[in-house]
Design a binder for this molecule. Structure first.
Ligand SMILES: *Cc1c(COP(=O)(O)O)cnc(C)c1O
Ligand SMILES: [Zn+2]
Length: 500
């Protein structure tokens, strides 16, 4: 729709304009720092940062009701800057000039209601939000679109060339970082650091295909993260892990979209998110809080974080009921099918602790929960979900298992509605599906396939047919006729077909 076709009171807001005043804020010492450079940790105390908009005049003046209408009308607007996550520009990073926004098709992923059969099995109504349908097939693209738009802005403003963007990854961060950097041109190159053998072949092929420098090292993600942190402390590189708070801002769009998709009624919803480095759950909490404080939504949804028992430091932290007695202890991870979340020392833990407190305080009741699931539950749930029309990877399976656990633990009840983060596409994690179907999980995984869920191709070798067709040697008409007849009867037998 063209600008002059929109209602008069909406027109001035349709195209985003730079506003606000953003600062980094340290979560430990509360110090603020300006955003003229990329900071990852507090220069004073070393803790992690979050970005704050100190001047919300534009947001406050319009008010919640108007913003709801603006976002709904922006759905009909054909404008590059507002096509993706920056439909919510004013709530994300309104200091980035709209013409410098990088858009590769991220965000606005489908919200798909589970079919009757699956809802019945799980015990309540729920939806998948299919973030595997982002450009690099995971939710990481939301954060990367924001972080790289900011870097693009910084590079143009300061005339920077030769930026090296770097990240450690369990697979999906590197795929996303490499994709966005490859789009941006010569002034930026990307390098990714991966734990050898701990990302799937599909995830490894992604940054290779985008032309990134791919470095594999021994150890698990937590080890890669330490090396990348040392690199950023000692060299001039741009860190793209979720320690980079611009990524958190972009990932808040997940919450904004859920709010908009339910016509801003989310009080009866329970958002279920797998936790790895804890950047995503940080963003999900922060996003809903922002919409709530500005009146865009009038109730906060529940949020359920899920961890595998093979990588569960956040779950363990919240096992202690009394907030004052809680003490964060990193864990040593064990092999997990939810490999993208196999992290023992989440970088965003201080953010989770602060935001979870603020969330519950704002809601005046407990709304944040963390549950633990086992590897068997993750795999079974993923396979069952995908046998019901979904496209969830192992972490999406973890979300389903987590929803069941939250229901069973009484954290949510069957009158509520689950909204599950399907964080990545199954095709990235098909090796785990193969291991399930071929029953060749190593003992360290603790997974035994359920025979009724195994599926394998059937090889058909019709008896007495010679020769079979092969390329370059066409069968005679008679041989071909015989071959087709044999095949047809054999397949009909396998499929139990009735003759007509
Ligand atoms: C990164 C990732 C996660 C974990 O998200 P965090 O922000 O690290 O907690 C979960 N699932 C998939 C598919 C991921 O790529
Ligand atoms: Zn500090």
């Amino acid at each position: 729709m063209k600008i002059n076709q929109f209602p008069k009171d909406i027109r001035p807001y349709l195209l985003p304009k730079p506003t606000g005043r953003m600062v980094y804020r340290c979560l430990r010492c509360d110090e603020e720092f300006d955003i003229t450079r990329l900071l990852y940790t507090c220069p004073k105390c070393g803790s992690v940062l979050l970005l704050n908009n100190k001047d919300k005049q534009v947001i406050d003046e319009a008010g919640g009701e108007k913003w709801r209408r603006i976002f709904d009308y922006r759905k009909m607007l054909n404008h590059k800057a507002t096509k993706g996550i920056f439909r919510y520009y004013e709530f994300i990073a309104p200091i980035i000039p709209p013409d410098l926004i990088i858009y590769l098709g991220e965000g606005h992923t489908p919200l798909v209601q589970a079919n009757d059969r699956l809802r019945e099995q799980v015990g309540l109504d729920f939806y998948f939000k299919n973030d595997g349908l982002n450009p690099s097939a995971s939710f990481k693209d939301r954060g990367m679109a924001c972080a790289l738009s900011y870097i693009n802005y910084l590079a143009k403003k300061e005339s920077l060339g030769n930026i090296l963007a770097i990240c450690a990854s369990t697979g999906d961060t590197s795929a996303s970082a490499a994709l966005y950097a490859s789009y941006m041109g010569d002034f930026i190159k990307s390098a990714v650091l991966l734990p050898q053998g701990k990302v799937t072949p599909q995830q490894l092929s992604q940054p290779l295909g985008s032309g990134a420098k791919v470095l594999e090292m021994p150890g698990v993600f937590d080890d890669c993260m330490k090396v990348v942190e040392s690199l950023t402390e000692n060299y001039n590189v741009a860190l793209l892990n979720s320690k980079n708070s611009w990524r958190i801002l972009g990932q808040e769009s997940f919450s904004f979209e859920i709010a908009q998709d339910f016509d801003y009624q989310v009080g009866d919803k329970a958002i279920v998110v797998p936790i790895g480095n804890a950047g995503n759950i940080t963003a999900v909490m922060s996003g809903f809080l922002k919409f709530y404080k500005s009146g865009v939504i009038e109730q906060l949804p529940k949020i359920v974080g899920v961890q595998s028992e093979h990588a569960d430091p956040v779950y363990r932290y919240y096992l202690e009921e009394t907030a004052e007695k809680r003490n964060f202890v990193p864990v040593t991870v064990r092999p997990s099918v939810a490999q993208a979340a196999m992290i023992g020392n989440p970088v965003s833990m201080p953010r989770v602790i602060e935001l979870a407190k603020e969330y519950d305080r704002t809601a005046r009741e407990r709304k944040i929960f963390v549950v633990q699931v086992n590897e068997q539950e993750i795999m079974d749930s993923m396979i069952v979900a995908n046998r019901n029309g979904n496209i969830a990877g192992t972490q999406g399976g973890e979300s389903v298992a987590g929803l069941k656990k939250a229901l069973g633990s009484g954290f949510i009840d069957s009158s509520e509605v689950g909204v599950l983060d399907s964080t990545a596409h199954i095709l990235k994690f098909s090796v785990f599906q193969d291991m399930y179907f071929n029953n060749n999980f190593g003992p360290e995984f603790d997974v035994t396939p359920r025979s009724n869920l195994i599926n394998k191709p059937v090889q058909i070798h019709p008896k007495g047919v010679s020769p079979p067709p092969s390329s370059g040697e066409p069968l005679s008409e008679e041989e071909m006729g015989r071959f087709i007849r044999k095949m047809t009867t054999e397949i009909a037998e396998i499929l139990n077909l009735e003759a007509r």
